[in-house]
Design a protein around this ligand. Sequence first.
Ligand code: 3H9
Length: 725
Amino acid sequence: MAATRRLSHTVAVITINHPPVNALSSSVRHAIVKEFGEATKDPSVKAIVLAGANGKFSAGADIREFATSALKTVSLEDINATIEASRKPVVAAIEGVALGGGLELALACHFRVASAQSRVGLPEVLIGILPAAGGTQRLPRLIGVPAALDVIVRGRHVPATEALQIGIVDEVVQGNVVNAAIQLARTVIGTDLGKRRLSTNFVPSNPNMESFLDTTAEKAKKQFRGAQAPLACIEAVRASVQKPYQHGIEKEKQLFLSLWATGQPQAQQYAFFSERNVGKWTHPSGGRWDTIAPKPVRTAAVIGLGTMGRGIAISLARANIPVIALEQDASQLEFGKKAVNALLEREAEKLIKQGLTPAASLASVRFTLDFTELCDVDFVIEAVYENMELKKEIFRKLASVCKPDAFLCTNTSGLDIDEIASVTKHPHLVIGTHFFSPANIMRLLEVVRGHHTSLMTIATAMTLGKTLGKVAVLVGNCPLFVGNRLLGPYLEQANYLLEEGCNPEDVDRALEDFGFAMGPFRMMDLAGLDVGWRSRMEKGLTGNKVPEGTPARQRHGNRYSPVADMLCELGRFGQKAGKGWYQYEKPGGRFAQPDPWVKDFLQKYRDTHQIKPRPSNPELILERCLYALINEGFRVLEDGIASGPEDIDVIYNNGYGWPKHRGGPMYYASTVGVAKVLDVLDQYHKENPDVPSMKPAFLLKKLAAVGGPPIKEWRTQVGKLTNKL
Ligand code: 3H9
């Protein structure tokens, strides 16, 4: 039964029951209409409580229905209108979550009681749409325009205590929320519900309202770079101000339809489901880890308290896992300890202010210089800097001090997991856990499977990732894994574009207008140009290891751009040096300004190498950089390093600032059309045979040859075409 009804004295309790999240699918909506209709007709019922089974009120509309005609049957807004008009008081009993259509349903009720741990919100914007069952009209009527915009445009989940403070709910209770709602319902029987019918109220306004809305829209344009849903949310709320409810509802509907036509909701909903499905597929390197029971992680250790190690330790402590943090140097240990403790204290204060109990206490992290203290730990994460010899030395020590069944993980961003595992006695317990910086904030976790890694080790690392609130994606072991591997050809093209006549800001602008949080040159400046320089030096691509007689713009017979190396030789390491591809107000400054020196330098470089600048435009910049990245994505699939295009997209959406409203690089390729991607790459490669990364991938060619199927069919196509998966 999608919804059930029982009577508690004179109060009918209607319970939505549609696991796992009580999504308001067509069958649920029909059931609510039936039960509500019968409760209103029943003379013994004097009030109604609306609740959700399985500890959740409702996560909103069933997102899978958007692409079907089921959405049209029994509209949620019609249900809301009926509930609101009821002469019998209706109380929502909110447990777990009331999100999207779930909160809209609760807003149509006359009263709302929430459990202390629950969260409410209108997160539709995160899946490319706007609240379309009256949410953009009822919420401003309840809490005013600024607070409503803050909730709707950011799509944030509001904790119950805050929801009480800002007026979304009427009561927050510690105990049984349904009993509390029944109690409240009894006290309001026969009272005047006039003001409680939000649609009949007017939204308070003031003479500055229009300019406030304009400023909010301008800020949203900058912040959300090309995403249409936040702007549509603001327009819908604008339509609520001093206008009758019906006017706003019409606008809400119209905006919903126009958003759907942009293709952005489809991309964001693809991203939503990809994130939830990632890890459920059979990995090319064999086996279903999700059928294996993970081992419990009761205690953990982190080796190295640099930026990464500190972030990882905080993430573990927040998940209530006691951590031992180890450094090899006393002053580094002290520095790390202060930084970790300060952050945990700040977070605890914030949570306490919100009426919540912090999971992590300062006692959750213990600091030590002594390896032998790790003898009983279940899960160790090494997070020292990228140096194979150092990592091996640490793993040798771990193998000798840790218990034999401890999982040993490395936070490398691209080194060979098998080589690291080779120095231990139990390579099946070794796995890569590639966190992204700052690890306490970034959601992505690449879990890297080595040749010997067991399914149980994978299951434990993936489950721990979820416990830490990360999006964990299982990838194969190859240099740079997935995310950083795709970045190589992307940055290479960005560099070539400079040689050919662009300035860093031209390239960055094109990619930022596309929706990236940061263009490649600003990103390199932030990360530090010396990082890549050192790695190129180690590979013998620059410095004195380059064989004599090698032309400046070639390595191993292929094209090479030495421009970034030349900047590094001049100490232009990026933001930390106050200059790199841009100039900054001071070393460590944050405001990148185009640097006339760089422009001049690039022109001299072109003159020296007799390069005639070519005309460029944003479209060409996008094609060159993005298709290079996508092409490498196809190679990653061919090699069985990612299990499907969705994995690559989840990695880019969550770790590399890819604009979610474009779904991810592989999804983007499917919308542009694989035939077009192939054409552009083919043409470029014919003209530039010395750039192997632009040679169209075998898989791309094959997909184009079978007519460019929709992305949901790629996984099977990949299997058929490569015979590897
Ligand atoms: C809306 O309401 C529109 C209205 O304004 C107007 C309409 C006209 N639909 O995330 P989890 C599935 S739009 C369908 O792993 P958690 C999810 O795919 C909606 N399915 O759990 C997964 O399936 P599976 C606005 C949904 O505990 C399973 O539930 N609401 C929906 O980490 C468990 O999900 C939102 O945007 C859904 N609405 O997090 C809320 N929600 O087991 C979206 C979840 O097959 N949902 N599923 O993999 C969430 O934010 C999280 O799922 C939630 C639970 C916080 C609820």
